[in-house]
Design a protein around this ligand. Structure first.
Ligand SMILES: [Cu+2]
Length: 67
């Protein structure tokens, strides 16, 4: 398992935090997500054989935020 810390821009409230968390956790290979609203950062635990930080960032962008 690998762990990545990804900076996210555009989150304003708990709803955004939840949207981002759901977007990331829906990806195959992601086993853990913790989104910190105050730090504007997501800590993602994932299987590097199944996904990568580019895919995680793409999911964040697709959800409407900037990674
Ligand atoms: Cu919000």
């Amino acid at each position: 398992m690998a762990e990545a810390k990804i900076k996210i821009e555009g989150m304003m409230c708990g709803h955004c935090q939840k949207s981002v968390t759901e977007a990331i956790s829906s990806l195959k290979g992601v086993s853990g997500v913790e989104v910190n609203l105050k730090d504007k950062q997501a800590t993602v635990t994932y299987d590097p054989k199944k996904t990568n930080t580019d895919a995680i960032k793409a999911a964040i962008v697709k959800a409407g935020y900037k990674a």
